[in-house]
Design a protein around this ligand. Structure first.
Ligand code: 4NP
Length: 166
């Protein structure tokens, strides 16, 4: 059995953006019949909400698109880099925090990037804005942005699986 490709989405609190990205991407992976090849998870750079379900607003907006968000918040650890293949940051601050953590980890092959850089229609360096302190439209925007970036990410991983002959 080939090793799975391990993908982790990372935001600040792990209760809004990264669980949404996780839910959106897992649904795409399942539709593509790749659940046994690609493992999907999420984490936060901060530990404010450890153990909590995603924010009720994130769950409600996702549910309207047929997605159940069931993850529990956890804080990203430097050692996570040792088993992950793709670490996708939701915004530039998350990205900078992850770069700092990677510098103290053993990780030769991890692909660390801004998630929206997988969306070819988004300007390079785009973030998924934090919806936590805003209104419902912010949660819809997060879902829209995650859907586009998730499609690009899946294409990139499929290309990698093909080039590795699996
Ligand atoms: P997230 O949103 O990073 O998308 O999960 C936030 C959740 C909680 C907080 C900030 C952002 N907070 O400050 O508690």
């Amino acid at each position: 059995m080939a090793e799975t490709i391990n993908v982790c989405f990372v935001c600040l609190g792990n209760i809004c953006r990264s669980p949404t990205a996780e839910g959106v991407f897992r649904a795409l992976v399942t539709q593509a019949g790749l659940s046994d090849r690609i493992h999907v998870e999420s984490a936060g750079t901060a530990g404010y909400h450890i153990g909590e379900l995603p924010d009720p607003r994130a769950r409600e907006h996702a549910a309207r698109r047929g997605l159940q968000l069931v993850s529990r918040a956890r804080q990203f650890q430097a050692r996570d880099f040792e088993r992950l293949h793709y670490v996708l940051a939701m915004d530039k601050q998350n990205y900078r925090d992850l770069v700092a953590l990677r510098s103290v980890a053993r990780s030769d092959s991890v692909h660390l990037a801004l998630f929206r850089d997988f969306d070819r229609s988004a300007p390079r360096g785009s973030s998924v804005p934090d919806p936590y302190y805003g209104g419902p439209e912010g949660f819809e925007e997060v879902l829209d942005q995650c859907e586009r970036a998730a499609a690009g990410l899946l294409e990139a991983i499929k290309t990698r699986l093909k080039s590795e002959g699996r």
